[in-house]
Design a protein around this ligand. Structure first.
Ligand code: GDP
Length: 442
């Protein structure tokens, strides 16, 4: 699986960060050093890593982070955001002209990168959008390339314009334009010849096509498995021919992540699509934010963190934390706590990410209905019972059950859950975000 080893490393680094209720500057620095090593091992260019680490450090070592609900989570959030920025922050679409004009796309790339396959994949995408693509066979050096393009085009049910191997690519491209105009094709995708390595002839040929026809977009196809080489190739093509975007292929393979993470930062050109397999449907839009989450092995954690930050009433939380410490945490406080976590939603997953890696099943947690019953039980207690749960003997519990209109078993369950919650909160000082302890180093 792509990025597996990088994701594993991030998971470990993040686990350490999460397990700490409070963070010192030193903690953050140690974690970022590990992040740096992991990125370098994943073949991300040194310059990119340095820039990335500086950007994260600048944001992570500050009072905003340290005073947040869970500083470890905030550092992780920053790493995620900066990683998204590194890959372009926004999704870039291939710009197509209105359908009454012809958009010309020239595809470039080294041999074996996946260019011909990608041409056909793209044609399928454009067709889905209602365009009429024409594929142009400009690889005159390998007759097999023309055959391959034709076979793939047939699968996508799109036409191919070919003049065999005896004409110059720029002349074929020119002739293709008249063909497209005559046949109402409004997207012309030119498949050019690749080489095993960068060479002048190949670059000149691409420049020649650009001079012969008005190319709207030059898209480079690079193989993600080649890591830094892919980045160098992109850089070279951009300098010599000029590219508008990159399609990264073979992301379904065991790639380390270097290419995906470095291309935008090095060339300033966006990744447009990613190839996720050999099938012609295996082409996905590139979303920098989703890719960052994937590389970090984080899934939907960010949404959860944001939810938590947004729904926790920090002032109330501080009060609760203070009460907890004084051991006078009673049923009224418990109810408030239940209401807060109920506001959060998805709490079971959230708690798994909390310090101590708590595993609580969904049915132990309140939904609206359960919360109403909890409220009824707690409101049937006397104020004294609410602040001193130890007073609850069987006869008092019986009276409370009658008052709330529930079975005594439910009262027993609530009391048990209350005890558990009290114990649990003692184990996780970071959850309530009180920040009463003096922070080391800040
Ligand atoms: P070209 O020489 O650049 O035109 O490359 P091809 O289109 O012929 O592709 C080279 C090989 O890579 C073929 O076997 C393709 O099936 C394969 N390929 C292309 N894109 C992908 C991809 O995204 N994932 C995988 N696994 N294989 C791919």
């Amino acid at each position: 699986m792509a990025f597996e080893s990088l994701s594993d490393k991030f998971q470990n680094i993040f686990k350490n960060l999460r397990s700490k209720g409070r963070l010192t500057e030193e903690d953050v620095k140690v974690a970022l050093k590990e992040v740096k090593m992991a990125l370098l091992e994943a073949d991300v260019s040194f310059k990119v890593v340095k820039k990335f680490i500086n950007a994260v450090t600048e944001r992570a070592v500050g009072s905003d982070v340290m005073n947040s609900l869970t500083p470890g989570q905030m550092v992780i959030k920053i790493v995620n955001e900066e990683m998204t920025n590194l890959m372009g922050s926004e999704t870039t679409e291939i710009k197509l002209k209105p359908s009454n004009e012809i958009t010309v796309i020239m595809m470039a790339g080294l041999q074996g990168a996946g260019k011909t396959t990608t041409v056909a994949k793209l044609a399928g995408k454009f067709k889905q959008k209602g365009y009429k693509p024409l594929l142009v066979a400009c690889d005159i050096y390998r007759p097999a390339a023309i055959d391959q393009l034709t076979i793939n085009a047939e699968k996508q049910d799109v036409p191919v314009f070919s003049m065999g191997t005896d004409n110059k690519p720029k002349d074929i491209a020119k002739a293709a334009m008249s063909h497209a105009a005559k046949n109402d094709n409004n997207v012309v995708i030119i498949d050019t010849a690749g080489r095993l390595h960068i060479d002048e002839e190949m670059m000149d040929e691409l420049i020649g096509i650009k001079e012969a026809v008005e190319v709207d977009q030059t898209i480079l196809v690079v193989d993600a498995m080649t890591g830094q080489d892919a980045v160098n190739v992109a850089s070279n093509f951009n300098d010599k021919v000029g590219i508008d975007g990159v399609i990264l292929t073979k992301l379904d393979g065991d790639t380390r992540g270097g290419a995906a993470l470095s291309i935008k930062a090095v060339t300033d050109k966006p990744i447009l699509y990613v190839g996720m397999g050999e099938k012609l449907s295996d082409l996905e839009q590139f979303y920098p934010d989703r890719m960052a989450s994937r590389i970090l092995g984080m899934g939907d954690v960010l949404t959860l963190i944001e939810k938590a930050e947004a729904s926790f009433d920090l002032e109330k939380s501080k009060d609760l934390e203070a009460k907890m410490k004084k051991a006078d945490f009673g049923f009224d406080d418990y109810l408030e706590y239940m209401q807060q976590i109920n506001n959060m939603g998805g709490i079971a997953e959230m708690l798994k990410l909390m310090p101590g890696n708590m595993n609580i099943s969904e049915d132990q947690l309140p939904d609206e209905k359960k919360l109403k019953r909890v409220e009824a039980i707690i409101y049937s207690m006397t104020p004294e019972e609410r602040s001193k749960p130890a007073l609850l003997n069987p006869s008092r519990k019986n009276r409370i059950a009658k008052g709330a209109g529930v079975d005594i078993a439910e009262v027993n369950r609530l009391v048990k859950q209350f005890e558990q919650a009290r114990k649990m909160m003692k184990q996780m000082p970071g959850l309530m975000g009180g920040g009463k302890k003096k922070r080391r180093g800040f």
